[in-house]
Design a binder for this molecule. Structure first.
Ligand code: PLP
Length: 371
């Protein structure tokens, strides 16, 4: 089977460790084990048995995850290696060649690439900047038919940091019900909201809603590779059997650490740290953009360690990103990798000082281009 290159992921894989300043990440600066655990917890962790664990996730972790959803039980949960594996297993098990599937843009393009590879006929709709990164609902209506098998959204969204309004959520639910389609919502940025109000999950709003999530973004724990799906029991169990062919299970250490990270007190302090980082860095970005004399327009993000401003220069985003990387050793994420050119995705998860230095270097390239 041929696959399309996953351009954004390739970009990061190739360059993120080869630059001095990586401000292309979409999650907050990752935590160390010492920051996550108390000394006593660290000692207890050393006793973890490094065997295989229950391959769909330990009962304890599934119960911990369930507590964050209304009316979810352990049989609704499949624990996966990152939310990326949950997305993969869903597409692999749900899509048959010729299926009509609908995908939101701009977006993290994993599911888009998978849908195409598994033979789906992909229709796309765009979030609109002038609608605060919400879809044009009339346009969306024209795409959905009685043959639509699957509608996929990412909420909160990557790369825009936008959140679906209640009106958009209800319209998407209504369309899914009308078409009797699966509604898959990637919610991996949930928990990183600026206003501290957790983005409502699609789980529980519709019998064919499936959500994916994980610890990589709002929790700053991407190296644990912990994700999950919440799905009707038959989907959770079918995808579990598909997982027998992929990673079998997550590691015992990750399962244990995930339970700790998701415990109420720890989770609150992790998410508070996340909010502080993104609020501080977005305000740095705003002041920096103000100094660029009208070069940028930015709809403020509502969630996620990302902002997605438009720039007014006649240079393609990938070309601009290469130039910034080659000349200044700074990695940014070009908007055309998300199908929206003339935009840059800035990662807002790093230390403030690091971020300011990186932005100043980006500013030097922009000044040359303007001159
Ligand atoms: C929307 C979205 N989903 C899934 C992922 C994959 O994350 P992970 O597998 O680390 O949970 C990413 C990573 O950037 C993402 O942006």
């Amino acid at each position: 089977m041929k696959i399309d290159e996953f351009v954004m992921e390739r970009w990061q894989s190739e360059w993120e460790h080869a630059v001095d300043y990586n401000i292309s990440e979409s999650g907050v600066k990752s935590l160390t084990l010492e920051e996550l655990l108390s000394p006593e917890e660290l000692v207890r962790l050393a006793k973890t048995n490094l065997g295989y664990i229950q391959t769909d996730g330990t009962q304890e972790l599934k119960e911990t995850i369930c507590a964050h959803y209304t009316e979810a039980a352990p049989e609704n949960i499949l624990v996966t290696s990152g939310s990326a594996e949950a997305n993969f297993l869903l597409m692999w098990s749900l899509i048959e060649p010729g299926d009509e599937v609908i995908f939101m843009l701009p977006n993290f393009m994993q599911i888009h690439g998978l849908m195409k590879s598994f033979g789906g006929k992909v229709k796309t709709f765009f979030l609109k900047e002038d609608l605060d990164w919400n879809p044009d609902l009339d346009e969306l209506k024209t795409l959905v038919t009685k043959n639509t098998k699957l509608i996929v959204v990412t909420n909160p969204n990557n790369p825009t940091g936008g959140q679906l309004s209640e009106e958009s959520r209800q319209a998407i639910l209504e369309l899914s019900r009308w078409a009797d389609a699966w509604l898959v919502s990637d919610e991996v940025y949930q928990g990183a909201e600026y206003d501290g109000i957790i983005t409502p999950s699609f789980w529980g709003s519709y019998k064919k809603a499936i959500v994916t999530n994980g610890l990589s973004k709002a929790y700053g724990l991407p190296g644990l590779r912990v994700g999950w799906m919440v799905a009707p029991p038959d989907i959770a169990s079918t995808t579990w059997s598909y997982k027998d062919y992929t990673t079998i299970t997550i590691s015992a250490l990750s399962d244990r650490l995930a339970r700790i990270a998701l415990s109420p007190e720890k989770r609150n302090s992790i998410l508070e740290r996340t909010r502080q980082i993104i609020r501080a860095n977005f305000s740095i970005l705003e002041s920096w953009m103000d100094k660029q004399e009208g070069l940028f327009q930015c709809t403020p993000p509502r969630a996620g360690a990302i902002a997605f401003p438009r720039y007014n220069l006649d240079i393609n985003a990938t070309e601009l990103a290469h130039r910034i990387r080659e000349e200044k050793g700074v990695l940014i994420q070009p908007g055309d990798q998300f199908e929206v050119d003339y935009h840059i995705r800035f990662g807002l998860g790093e230390d403030a000082k690091f971020f300011i230095t990186a932005l100043d270097l980006v500013g030097e390239v922009l000044a040359e281009l303007k001159a």
